[in-house]
Design a protein around this ligand. Sequence first.
Ligand SMILES: [Fe+2]
Ligand SMILES: [Fe+2]
Length: 373
Amino acid sequence: MNVQTPKHTADITDAEESLKLQEAQQVVVDSKAATEVAMQNTLLTPRFYTTDFDELDAIDVSGIREEWDALIAQMVADPNKGHFKKNEDWDHVDWDNMEPELKKEFIDFLISSCTAEFSGCVLYKEMKRRGNNKDITQLFQLMARDEARHAGFINDALREAGVAVNLGFLTQKKKYTYFRPKFIYYATYLSEKIGYARYITIFRHLQEHPEHRFHPIFKWFEEWCNDEFSHGEAFALLMKTDPKLTQGRNVLWIKFFLTAVYSTMYVRDHQRPAFHKALGVDPDWYAHEVFTKTSKLTEQIFPITVDIDHQRWQPNLEKMQKANADLAIATKEGKFFAKIGAQARAVSAFVSLFTIPVKKHKVPAVTRLEPSY
Ligand SMILES: [Fe+2]
Ligand SMILES: [Fe+2]
């Protein structure tokens, strides 16, 4: 077993986008507070992961060679090579006159997105560095390339507001959470697919309502989410190499990750009312849209979906969100019993969500999908 965490920034940044990333890593004005936010490890903030890289390296993709090669060829072709650069579509952003609450929530959104993108970059780059299996290292190199661009581009946007996340510092100092490879597959696959669903839902909404596009970064979301889509495809294929991963007791783990990822997203998004109001998006509508799309996509490899139309679904998401808001207040005010009470309510809401009967379906023989939303 080989589970050390990455020690050197140089290992992470030797991708072909290293320049972009190094630029993004420069410490700029006010980056300390942003980096502190990115350093947080709570249930709701993006984490950095490490895993058993030897086990990942041992994956044999020969049984799915045709689908695998088609995906890799598409990623090597790199249709988004020139996409993550500011151009004439990048309108001026009047940060100074942005409504303070919106500015706070939007910066928080950007920091959290940047951390999540960079978390993918760190994990993928490390796998590339540790592995010897050409199929696996090539895939992870390609995905690290994309995530480096994504994180760097968000940091570019943040820098205009006088804020930047110090990615080099994060790489060295942020805590790494160990996940067994199968949990990495479930969690990362889901986060890539839900990432696609989130970006495309906002992009389509703003296509219809351009008056709500309060920042130019949203114009970049369409091509962006296609990268996430491909990454999700890669994890679907990795899981396909071992049918046991999506059978038997593992189906319960899949259900757990679906419930956890969906409910976390719901709670986190509801912490940003001003941001959603500015976008003209009702966060309940948005959550339902994203869950619907993600569930449809994950049918490609998961044999179940969670029943998001069940009568217990929405009320318990709301219960969990309320418990979380109360928990934040109790923590701030140092009220021990109120904190315990809120935690208990959050757990009970999660249990109620988790015990909703799932929807089953037959997984298709051909896994690969194309972005269609
Ligand atoms: Fe990304
Ligand atoms: Fe990704």
